[in-house]
Design a protein around this ligand. Structure first.
Ligand SMILES: C[S@@+](CC[C@H](N)C(=O)[O-])C[C@H]1O[C@@H](n2cnc3c(N)ncnc32)[C@H](O)[C@@H]1O
Length: 252
């Protein structure tokens, strides 16, 4: 395991707080449905029943809860206290921890860690992603497994995030931009919310980092992970490419 100097930017990530109420009833349930087949196929198939699993950047805990109902001992960790507020309601049996993915410790080791829905693209530099990998490695039991998805360079720009809904009391839309020179993306959530018959508008902007596949593989190896496998959206083993959203499966 390598040592990385913690920077001032490793203050706890709280940017999802103002979005949490909406995420809880829109993307949280949707991403749970979308990601479950990959987590089942790539990770759960390799674990013993009742394995202890960390959902890193668990958000509103929809996926955490789904696995808890399957008998897994679930731990959820997120930087946003508001996202965890909903996770406590959605996943009442899970052990939930407010902490930053770049700097955390667990009270007891886990058999597996997963992080999905491009959560780790919110880690904005390779040095900080390496900090995440170091802490995941330390949190895992011997022979533990780590699964995460990432949007790589080439995915942003070519496949911008879009979506939205119109409901009786709220409406929202997401748009995304990408700067290929810095490999930085930003997406904006515009929300209209009616309270006491008055419509209010808010605009939230989030940054995300597009990583190169090879950089991620090197950082995993430097953290001590071995036999890293890369899967594409279809869940099939693929050659490293910078054009996709991919899943990395790494072993301690
Ligand atoms: C796109 S949401 C995904 C949530 C959940 N994994 C899902 O699939 O619905 C990203 C989550 O990552 C969390 N997050 C981002 N950066 C973080 C960090 N450095 N430490 C802890 N949580 C972080 C956010 O608070 C948010 O809940």
């Amino acid at each position: 395991m390598t040592n990385h100097t913690l920077t001032s930017s490793t203050a706890r990530y709280t940017a999802y707080d103002p979005w949490a109420w909406l995420y809880n009833q829109s993307l949280g349930p949707q991403y749970c449905r979308d990601k479950l087949p990959f987590v089942e196929k790539l990770l759960l198939s390799k674990l013993k029943p009742a394995a202890r699993i960390l959902d890193l950047c668990c958000g509103t805990g929809h996926l955490t809860q789904h696995l808890a109902t399957q008998g897994y001992q679930m731990v959820g960790l997120d930087g946003s206290e508001q996202m965890l507020h909903y996770a406590r309601h959605n996943a009442p049996e899970a052990e939930l921890i407010t902490a930053d993915a770049r700097n955390f410790e667990l009270p007891a080791p886990v058999d597996a860690v997963f992080s999905v829905s491009a959560s780790l693209n919110h880690i904005l530099s390779l040095a900080e992603l390496s900090q995440v990998f170091d802490h995941v490695y330390a949190a895992l039991a011997t022979d533990g497994v780590f699964l995460f998805d990432l949007r790589l360079q080439g995915n942003y720009g070519n496949h911008p995030l879009t979506g939205g809904e119109v409901k009786a009391d709220y409406a929202w839309a997401v748009g995304e931009g990408y700067d290929a020179d810095s490999a930085m993306a930003f997406f904006t959530i515009t929300i209209f919310h009616r309270a006491d018959q008055v419509w209010q508008r808010s605009d939230l902007t989030y940054q995300a980092k597009a990583y190169a596949c090879n950089d991620v593989q090197i950082a995993l190896a430097q953290a001590g992970f071995r036999s890293v496998q890369i899967y594409d959206r279809a869940g099939d083993l693929m050659l490293p490419a910078d054009q996709q959203m991919v899943y990395f499966l790494a072993h301690k």
